[in-house]
Structures are given as C-alpha cells and as structure tokens.
Unconditional design. Structure first.
Length: 94
C-alpha cells in the first residue's frame, strides 16, 4: 500500500476549494443520505467566477437572484467555512 504524504495533501486543501469540498465536506441529500460535496454544474461555474476574482485580487461581491434548488446556500456556507478553516494560507488572520 503506498504511503500517503499528508503534508502535501493538506497543502493542496489550502489552495483547492473544489478538492477540499469533494474530499472533506459532506452534505445530506433530500433522501437523508450523506454524500461528499461534489460541485454541480452551477456551483462549478460560480467557483470559476470566484477563482478568477480571487486571482485578480478583486473583492468578492456576488449577488445570486432567485436561485432555488441549485445549491447556492450550500456552496457559500462551504466556501465561508473553507476560508475560515484554511484562512492562514489565504491572507486571513484567522
């Protein structure tokens, strides 16, 4: 069995929200099963927009209108959790 490089894995999680979400975060489905948070199409598009803004150093200001059943609340809750938990690598003080 190959040895796992935990340092490299955790460094990856600090910079790759999509990987962090899929491998660390879990969500409950409508039928009460717990599954990894794998981005749906809309969440991938939103992550692409946020990633572009982050790379350009632009303040993150996103308005989502009437988005129901698309996973926007779940996405933003997970994103804020990731920012706070991995904050030291993202220029945060906490």
């Amino acid at each position: 069995m190959p040895e796992i490089d935990y340092d490299q894995t955790f460094k990856c999680y600090k910079v790759d929200f999509q990987k962090y979400a899929a491998e660390i975060l879990k969500v409950q489905t409508k039928i009460a099963t717990v599954v990894p948070l794998v981005f749906n199409r809309v969440q991938r598009v939103l992550w692409g927009i946020l990633l572009d803004l982050l790379k350009r150093g632009v303040p993150l200001r996103i308005i989502v209108l009437k988005a129901r059943q698309l996973g926007m609340s779940t996405f933003f809750e997970a994103f804020i959790y990731w920012l706070r938990s991995e904050g030291d690598s993202l220029g945060s003080d906490g």
